[in-house]
Ligand binder design. Structure first.
Ligand SMILES: *Cc1c(COP(=O)(O)O)cnc(C)c1O
Length: 814
C-alpha cells in the first residue's frame, strides 16, 4: 500500500467546471462557447485563488494574533515561474482541473500554455527567493516576500540571423494577470530628495517629491500545510493626477510628465547579474520597495495603533536582506524609529540591529554594491546623515575593540565618497550568511575577513536549496511517481530527506531500469517540446548534455563550447573515427546582460558553432548543439528532467552556490563539475564516485594568480585547445570573417581571467570517463539514481529550517 498525503480538495471536477463557467460568465463576460484557452486560464486561476482565500485570511490573522515572529524576505527579485500548476497542486485541485478543462472542451496544454511567466528576476538569486517563500509557506512559517512588481521583467531573448542576442521588452502585464491583486487601500507614501532642516532641535527631512507605493499581493500557498502566505510586490503610482492648468494650455505631454516619472520607478528590472549598475533609478527602486515594506510591516503588526511600541518590532518580524539591494532598509528603519516615532538613537539601533540579517551572494568584489555618497545625499539626505553617524559609532566601536587605524579605514562603511552596502549590512544586522559551505568560508577568510575577525559570531552558513514541489513534483511527474512507488509514500514531497530510502533500490536492477525508462520518456517529451517551441530536431536517443544558467565569464560557457569545437575537430580530422563517437546533444540556455560584450560574443559563438555542426553531414547524429532562446523557469522545468549530464564548471571560488546543480541532481542527471559552490556539498553527499570532478581547486587558482597566469602557455601546450581556438579565430564559425570573434579570442589568449584555458585539459580528459560510463546504461543510471537518493538535503525546506534555527529564531504557526 502506498501512502498518499498530497492535498486533495473535496471539490469534484464537475463542481470545478461550474466554477470556471461562473467565473467566465459573471466576471469575464464570455460564454464557454466564446472562450479562448486564455479565458479559461484566467477563469481557472481565479477559481483556484478563491479556494485558497480562507487559508490566506486565516494565515494572516494567526500571524498577527499569534506569538510567532514572521519572516520578511526583502528581495529585489522573485523569479516565480508560472503559478497555475503550482497553485492547483497546493490546493489539491490538479485532477479536478484536468477533468474540468476537458469537460469544457479545451486542451489542458493550451490552457496551461496561456499563462505568461512573470520574469521578475535575472537568475539564481531571484529563483532562490521564490523557492524560499514556497518553502516557508509549506513549513507553515508566517512570512512575507517583499519586492517590486516590475512592469517589464527580464528582457525576452531572441537570436538574430547572425546568432546575436536581441533583447526585447517583456510585456508580461498586457494580458489579464489573475494572480496579483492590487490593493489601492493599503498604499504607502515613499519620498525622495529635498533637504534636512533642524526644527526644535530635531532633524526634519523635507523631501522634494513622493511616489505612491501600491501593493500587489500574490498568494503563496504552502504544500500540505494549510497555510497561504503573501508575496507583496510594490508598484509605483503618481500622486499628481495631471496638472489641469498645464493641460488646459494643451501641453498634454507636460501635464502627464510627473505621472510618467513617478511610475518609472517600478518600470524595469535591471537586467544585470553579478555586476551592480550604479544608476540613480536603481537606488530609487531599492529605497522605494524597502521603505514601503517597513511601513507595511508596522501597519500589519500594530493594527490601528497611533503610538505602537516599536521596541517589540524585532519580535514581530525579522527582515532578511537578499543581497545588498535592500540594505538601505537599515538607515530607513533607523529614520522611521527616530524621526517618525520619536525613539532615541540607541533604542533605534538596538531594534534595527535585531531586525535585519544579510545574505551575501557573491565573492566577486565588483559585484558588491557601492553607492556614491553624492547620489545618496541627493536622493536620501537624511539617510546619508544616519549612515555617517553609523560610521562614527562603528569606528568608535572598532577602536574600543583594539582594531588598528588602518584596518578601521579598510572597513569603513562610509568613506566620505561612497557607501559600501555589504559593510553596512554586516554591521547593521545580526547575522551574515553565505549560501554554501565553501562560499561562507571564503566570505570569512577573504571577502569580509576583517568583519569576521571582529564579529565572528555574526557569520554563519546556510546552503541554498530548491523547492521539490516545482522542480520535482511538477516538473517531473514520471520520476515523482517512481519515487513514490519506491518509497511506498509520497511524503518525500514535503520531507525530501526521505529520498535516502531510494538508495537500497540502486542495487535492484529492475528498479534502475524503471528509472532509466523514466529518463528516456522525459527525453522524448523534451524532444517534442523543443520541436514544438523551437523547431529543433533533438534525437532523444543521444545523451542530453545541458548547460543552462546566466551567461557569465566565471561560469565558463567558453570552456564547454571550446571542448565541443575540439570534439568537432577530432571527428573532422579523423583523429576519432565517427563510428567511435558516443552521440551527444548539447543544450545551452543563457541570457547575457545587454551591456556585457564578451558574454554576448560567447552567445553568438555558441549559436554559430551550433549552425556549423548541425549542418555538417560528417558529424550527423554524433554531435549536435542546440541553444533554445529565452532560458526561463518554464524551459528549466521542461529541460531538467530530460538531462543525462549537466555542466557546473565555474572557476573554483567564483560560484557562490548554484541552485541549477541541485535541480539537476534531484532529477537524476549526472554532473560534471569543479569544486565550487554547492558542487562540493553535492559531491560529498552523493559520493565522489558518482560525480565527475575535474579542474583546479580554490587554492590552486589562487596560487596560479599569484605566480602570474599566462593563458598563452596552455594554448601552445595543448594541440587540441590550440586547434579549437584557431577555428574560432580563422572564421570557421563566422563564414570566413576573422573579425567577428577577434575580441573573444584576444581575451582568451591574453587575459582569460577565469582560467578557462588552464582547466581545458582536465575538462576534456574527464570526458572519456564520462563516455565510458554512459556506454553502460545500467551503471550510469544506478549512479544517477544514487544522486537522486542523496540530494534530499538540497530542498529549500531544509534551507528554511537552517535559517529559522541559525538566524531567524522563529518557527511555524501553531
Ligand atoms: C535555477 C535557475 C537559475 C540558476 O541557475 P544556476 O545554474 O545556479 O546559475 C537561473 N535561471 C533559472 C530560470 C533557474 O530556474
Amino acid at each position: 500500500m502506498t501512502e498518499i498525503t498530497a492535498p486533495k480538495s473535496a471539490v469534484t471536477a464537475e463542481q470545478f467546471a461550474d466554477e470556471i463557467r461562473e467565473q467566465l460568465k459573471y466576471t469575464q463576460g464570455v460564454t464557454v462557447e466564446q472562450a479562448k484557452p486564455a479565458d479559461v486560464y484566467v477563469a481557472a486561476s481565479a477559481a483556484v485563488r478563491r479556494h485558497l482565500m480562507d487559508s490566506w485570511f486565516k494565515t494572516q490573522s494567526d500571524m498577527v494574533n499569534g506569538n510567532t515572529k514572521a519572516v520578511g524576505y526583502l528581495s529585489a527579485e522573485f523569479l516565480m515561474g508560472k503559478q497555475l500548476r503550482n497553485a492547483l497542486l497546493n490546493a489539491g485541485l490538479t485532477e479536478q482541473f484536468d477533468a474540468a478543462v476537458k469537460e469544457l472542451g479545451f486542451s489542458v496544454q493550451d490552457v496551461v500554455d496561456a499563462e505568461h511567466e512573470p520574469g521578475l528576476g535575472n537568475g539564481g538569486l531571484g529563483r532562490l527567493a521564490a523557492c524560499f517563500i514556497d518553502s516557508l509557506a509549506s513549513l507553515g512559517v508566517p512570512a512575507f516576500g517583499y519586492g517590486i512588481q516590475y512592469k517589464y521583467g527580464i528582457f525576452e531573448q531572441k537570436f538574430d540571423e547572425n546568432g546575436k542576442q536581441i533583447e526585447t521588452p517583456d510585456y508580461w502585464l498586457t494580458n489579464e494577470e489573475p494572480w496579483g491583486h492590487i490593493d489601492y487601500n493599503r498604499d504607502q507614501k515613499v519620498s525622495f530628495g529635498g533637504e534636512v532642516v533642524e526644527e526644535d532641535g530635531k532633524k526634519v527631512w523635507k523631501p522634494a517629491w513622493s511616489v505612491r507605493a501600491v501593493p500587489v499581493d500574490y498568494m503563496v500557498p504552502g504544500y500540505a500545510s494549510g497555510r497561504v502566505n503573501t508575496l507583496r510586490l510594490w508598484t509605483a503610482k503618481s500622486y499628481d493626477e495631471f496638472d489641469l492648468l498645464t493641460f488646459n494650455k494643451s501641453e498634454y505631454l507636460d501635464a502627464v510628465k510627473p505621472q510618467v516619472e513617478a511610475e518609472n520607478i517600478s518600470k524595469i528590472l535591471y537586467p544585470e547579474d553579478s555586476t551592480p549598475q550604479g544608476k540613480a533609478l536603481r537606488l530609487e527602486q531599492q529605497y522605494f520597495f524597502v521603505s514601503a515594506s517597513i511601513h507595511d510591516a508596522i501597519r500589519v503588526f500594530y493594527p490601528g495603533q497611533d503610538k505602537p511600541d516599536l521596541t517589540t518590532f524585532a519580535d514581530k518580524i525579522t527582515f532578511q536582506l537578499n543581497d545588498t539591494h535592500p540594505v538601505i532598509g537599515i538607515p530607513e528603519l533607523m529614520r522611521v524609529l527616530m524621526d517618525e516615532y520619536g525613539y532615541d538613537w540607541d533604542t533605534a539601533w538596538t531594534v534595527t540591529n535585531k531586525t535585519f540579517n544579510y545574505t551575501c551572494h557573491t565573492l566577486l568584489p565588483e559585484a558588491l554594491e557601492v553607492w556614491p555618497s553624492k547620489l545618496i545625499g541627493e536622493l536620501l539626505p537624511r539617510h546619508l546623515e544616519i549612515i555617517e553617524k553609523i560610521q562614527d559609532q562603528f569606528a568608535a566601536e572598532l577602536k574600543a575593540k583594539g582594531v588598528d587605524e588602518a584596518t578601521i579605514k579598510d572597513m569603513a562603511i562610509y568613506t566620505g565618497d561612497s557607501v559600501r552596502m555589504a559593510y553596512l549590512a554586516t554591521y547593521g544586522g545580526s547575522h551574515v550568511n553565505g549560501v554554501a559551505e565553501l562560499h561562507s568560508q571564503l566570505l570569512k577568510d577573504v571577502t569580509l575577513k576583517n568583519f569576521s575577525d571582529v564579529y565572528p559570531d555574526k557569520f554563519t552558513n546556510v546552503t541554498n536549496g530548491v523547492t521539490p514541489r516545482r522542480f520535482v513534483k511538477l516538473a517531473n511527474p514520471r520520476l515523482s511517481d517512481l519515487i513514490t512507488e519506491g518509497l511506498g509514500t509520497d511524503k518525500w514531497v514535503s520531507d525530501l530527506e526521505l529520498l535516502k530510502g531510494l538508495e537500497p533500490l540502486a542495487a535492484d536492477d529492475e528498479f534502475v531500469k524503471k528509472f532509466a525508462a523514466v529518463k528516456q520518456a522525459n527525453k522524448v517529451d523534451f524532444s517534442n517540446y523543443a520541436k514544438r517551441e523551437y523547431g529543433f530536431d533533438i534525437d532523444p536517443n543521444t545523451m542530453i548534455n545541458t548547460m543552462v544558467k546566466r551567461l557569465h565569464e566565471y561560469k565558463r560557457q567558453a570552456l564547454k563550447i571550446l571542448a565541443v569545437i575540439a570534439r568537432y575537430a577530432d571527428i573532422k580530422s579523423g583523429r576519432i573515427a565517427a563510428d567511435d563517437v558516443m552521440p551527444r546533444t548539447i543544450v545551452f540556455g543563457a541570457k547575457a546582460a545587454p551591456g556585457y560584450y564578451l558574454a554576448k560574443q560567447t552567445i553568438q559563438l555558441i549559436n554559430n558553432v551550433a549552425r556549423v555542426i548541425n549542418n555538417d553531414p560528417d558529424v550527423k547524429g554524433k554531435l549536435n548543439v542546440y541553444f533554445p532562446w529565452n532560458y526561463n523557469v518554464r524551459l528549466a522545468q521542461h529541460l531538467i528532467p530530460a538531462a543525462d549530464l549537466d555542466e557546473q564548471i565555474s572557476q573554483a571560488g567564483k560560484e557562490a552556490s548554484g541552485t541549477g546543480n541541485m535541480k539537476f541532481a534531484l532529477n537524476g542527471a549526472m554532473t560534471v563539475g569543479t569544486l565550487d559552490g554547492a558542487n562540493v556539498e553535492i559531491r560529498e553527499r552523493v559520493g565522489a564516485e558518482n560525480f565527475f570532478l575535474f579542474g583546479m581547486t580554490v587554492d590552486e587558482v589562487d596560487a596560479l594568480y599569484a605566480e602570474g597566469y599566462d593563458p598563452k602557455k596552455y594554448y601552445e601546450a595543448d594541440p587540441r585547445l590550440k586547434a579549437a581556438i584557431d577555428m574560432v579565430a580563422d572564421g570557421t564559425f563566422s563564414n570566413g570573417d576573422k573579425t567577428v570573434y577577434e575580441d573573444l579570442v584576444h581575451d582568451w589568449l591574453t587575459k582569460d581571467w577565469f582560467m578557462t584555458l588552464a582547466d581545458f585539459g582536465a575538462y576534456t580528459a574527464i570526458q572519456s570517463e564520462i563516455e565510458a560510463l554512459y556506454a553502460q546504461p545500467l551503471e550510469w543510471n544506478r549512479k544517477a539514481l544514487i544522486n537522486v537518493a542523496n540530494s534530499g538535503y538540497f530542498s529549500s525546506d531544509r534551507s528554511m529550517e537552517d535559517y529559522l534555527e541559525r538566524i531567524w529564531m522563529t518557527g511555524p504557526l501553531k
